[in-house]
Ligand binder design. Structure first.
Ligand code: UDP
Length: 324
């Protein structure tokens, strides 16, 4: 079984993926600068504190741990912030990734699993987004992800570096043991914010826009559990190593839920009531974003273990027990 460096492994999706890797017999080493990640989320795992842009340190780790694959989760992810501070996003999400890839090439690390995003597609041109959908990101965040995908094609051609780019739709949920989950300093995501309202940590949940051309006027998204995403990382990594080929996959459930439906499901599952306010649309939000996961299903054998109810149950459990 090969050794895997998980860059950003103390963050939300990384900390879930290291557990799934370990369960499957892999040896994940966590590398994180803890600017957003949580030390408590990586207890029991080999951990090195370091920055994505520190090429020398990375090359030493590749050698020390005999790393064959790098999984990269250490990106900034807030769309609104990327519009206000593009420099910060291009620096971290593109420049430092180039430095990481160069360290890999120089250190002889063969495989790269990249956290891409549905944001590379921009406004959907059809109901469900497959891998052939046109790529026209509408914000700097989405552009950073698309740029790295393009860089990866060039690095494959020039240096033979193989990669799997995984375009997440709406990552959500928490580990079923309730010990790790989503925890951001300035939370912007819908499900954690609904829980803040439900648990009295904020006054209300604001619904951003109820005049969209959707069934109930609110935005529709494709919510996919973080452990299901973790499974897809491992399947994509294994296929890449087997076939020595770069690939791209859209990762979502193929089902869309409106903001109102998500709020309704949280109310039903928790039995809690809370205040809902209707606010103007948030800039940069497309009405609908739903994945077509057929390629990941047929080529990787990817299936999902968590439906929406189960996702909300895992978040509810995490919110009750959370330690960070
Ligand atoms: N949303 C909302 N109120 C909030 C946060 C989010 O109505 O406080 C909406 C947002 O406009 C979008 C959906 O919920 O339509 C999901 O937003 P989130 O930020 O979780 O993920 P995104 O789709 O932007 O990646």
């Amino acid at each position: 079984m090969s050794n895997i460096l998980v860059v950003g492994g103390a963050g939300y999706i990384g900390s879930h993926t290291i557990r799934v890797l370990k369960d499957k017999g892999y040896f994940p080493v966590v590398y994180d600068n803890l600017s957003k990640g949580h030390k408590k989320a990586v207890r029991g795992f080999p951990f090195v504190k370091g920055d994505l842009g520190n090429k020398k340190k990375l090359k030493n780790i590749f050698k020390k741990y005999d790393i064959e694959t790098v999984m990269h989760f250490a990106a900034f992810t807030e769309v609104g912030e990327s519009v206000a501070k593009p420099s910060k996003y291009y620096e971290n999400n593109v420049c430092k990734v180039i430095s990481l890839l160069d360290a890999m090439v120089e250190g002889g690390v063969k495989y790269f699993v990249f956290s891409s995003s549905a944001a590379i597609f921009g406004e959907p041109e059809k109901e469900r987004i497959d891998e052939n959908h046109p790529q026209n990101p509408i914000n700097p965040y989405g552009r950073t992800k698309l740029m790295v995908e393009q860089i990866l094609k060039d690095y494959d051609e020039a240096y033979g570096l193989k990669s799997a780019s995984l375009r997440y739709f709406n990552a959500c949920g928490a580990h079923p043991d309730g010990k790790i989950g989503e925890s951001h300093e300035n939370e912007t995501h819908l499900i954690p914010i609904i829980f803040q309202a439900a648990l009295g940590k904020r006054e209300s949940i604001k619904v951003f826009g109820c005049d969209y051309p959707t069934k109930d006027g609110t935005c529709i998204r494709d919510y996919v559990h973080v452990n299901d995403l973790a499974d897809a990382h491992i399947l994509a990594m294994e296929k890449m190593a087997r076939e020595n080929k770069s690939e791209r996959y859209n990762l979502g459930s193929g089902n869309g839920y409106s903001v109102k439906e998500i709020i309704g499901t949280v109310k039903k599952i928790t039995g809690l009531d809370f205040k809902i306010e209707y606010a103007p649309r948030r800039a940069g939000d497309p009405a609908t974003l739903i994945a077509d996961p057929a390629k990941a299903e047929t080529e990787l054998g990817w299936t999902r273990r968590y439906n929406l109810e189960r996702i909300i149950e895992t978040v509810s459990d995490w919110e009750k027990k959370r330690k960070y």
